[in-house]
Design a protein around this ligand. Structure first.
Ligand SMILES: [Zn+2]
Length: 257
């Protein structure tokens, strides 16, 4: 029983906190956490190693893994671990590439804001963020981007992103920001996208998906009712409105892309 008591103490110290946090954040009901703790206790009573509380909550579909990871990251910040963000700058075809290495949160929001302010003052409207080494991003970090994206676009440029990990992407999705900030897998894709003004990618304030059926002269927003009857095999997708026009398509009068 010596080992069992040790495990119980470990649960109380390590995992119980997670339970408290998810309830406080409204991410789970107290009963969900109680049930998950009961699963852990049952495992210990059975002399088996208990699953982590977070894993149980994920298995039981109470939370998704991204939320758990975010909470664990927040705990690390609260404990003063992993606060470092290194920002590097380089140029790539008239685009300022800002390399974000580490964590972008409320402790580094101002640093990034100053970098962006300096870039704008130096006349750089085209900024691409290299997020391949960005390990954590929260809403405070995102606010620096939101603050400057309109200014960059007013100068004919944009802020674009590449190499985001799934958690950072999830943060942008959750905040509704991915509807109007362009994200790419690779640096080359991001740099290439600067060739067109952002308006060529956007409709009604959101990034659009432009589509046509091969036998029609029009192109549409992907959600246009006209496209409902078109088979997927018959759909042609375009990177931008310009790409659609260059392929000889004209904007649909109904969805007005
Ligand atoms: Zn249409």
């Amino acid at each position: 029983m010596q080992g069992g008591a040790g495990v119980t103490r470990k649960i109380k110290e390590t995992y119980h906190r997670l339970g408290e946090i998810v309830v406080r954040k409204g991410a789970a009901r107290p009963s969900d956490v109680d049930e998950a703790l009961a699963v852990q206790r049952a495992a210990i009573a059975d002399h088996r190693a208990p699953q982590k509380l977070g894993d149980i909550l994920v298995d039981r579909k109470v939370l998704d893994r991204a939320t758990i990871r975010e909470i664990l990251e927040e705990q690390k910040v609260a404990r003063g671990e992993k606060r470092v963000l290194n920002i590097d700058l380089r140029e790539h075809d008239d685009v300022a590439v800002v390399v974000l290495d580490g964590r972008l949160d409320e402790t580094k929001q101002e640093t990034l804001t100053k970098v962006l302010e300096r870039l704008m003052n130096r006349g750089f409207g085209r900024v691409a963020f290299d997020c391949t080494r960005l390990v954590y991003l929260n809403s405070h970090g995102v606010s620096s981007f939101v603050k400057y994206v309109d200014e960059a676009r007013a100068r004919g440029g944009d802020l674009k992103f590449f190499g985001l990990n799934p958690d950072a992407k999830f943060t942008l999705d959750r905040l509704g920001v991915s509807k109007y900030l362009q994200m790419f897998l690779t640096e080359d894709e991001a740099i290439r996208a600067f060739a067109l003004p952002i308006d060529e990618y956007m409709s009604r304030g959101s990034l659009g998906e432009y589509v046509a059926s091969s036998d029609s002269r029009n192109f549409h927003l992907s959600y246009c009712a006209t496209m409902n009857a078109v088979e997927d095999d018959d759909k042609q997708f375009f990177e931008s409105k310009k790409h659609a026009r260059d392929a000889g398509k004209t904007p649909c009068k109904r969805c007005k892309p």
